[in-house]
Design a protein around this ligand. Structure first.
Ligand code: HEC
Length: 104
């Protein structure tokens, strides 16, 4: 039982949300997210890997964070605000947030 769980976890870690997913990295670049974010390091905004950790298991997080990225806001990671990203299509924001939240 234990062993098969470990196997599953290993599968998940190697799963679709790889930090090196080049299509998603490209979308993040194109959407200008990477002006303020890095996956592993805090820049102007929090490291996305930390965002994923904070909201792990929170099933409402995707919708909440899609709205937050679209409209901007502050207070969850400090006093520096994220400016609104209204020029980014909401579908793309949803893709990005879903990917970010699944990062390991
Ligand atoms: C101008 C800089 C800037 C840009 C551009 C930016 N962010 Fe942010 N982002 C921030 C800051 C600052 C925070 C922390 C806000 C807070 O403390 O609540 C943040 C927070 C976040 C969070 C966590 C929000 C929360 O409430 O925990 C996510 C997810 C996120 N950004 C994704 C994105 C995505 C996706 C894009 C591109 C579409 C993007 N960001 C573009 C600066 C930016």
């Amino acid at each position: 039982m234990r062993a098969s769980c470990a196997f599953l976890v290993a599968l998940l870690v190697a799963g679709p949300a790889a930090a090196g997913d080049s299509a998603m990295l490209e979308l993040a670049d194109k959407s200008r997210c990477t002006a303020c974010h890095d996956i592993h390091e805090q820049v102007t905004g929090p490291a996305w890997i930390e965002v994923a950790k904070r909201y792990r298991g929170d099933k409402d997080a995707v919708e909440r964070l899609v709205a937050k990225v679209r409209d901007g806001g502050s207070g969850n990671w400090g006093t520096v605000p994220m400016s609104p990203n209204k020029r980014v299509p909401e579908d793309n924001i949803r893709k990005l947030v879903t990917w970010i939240l699944a990062l390991k």
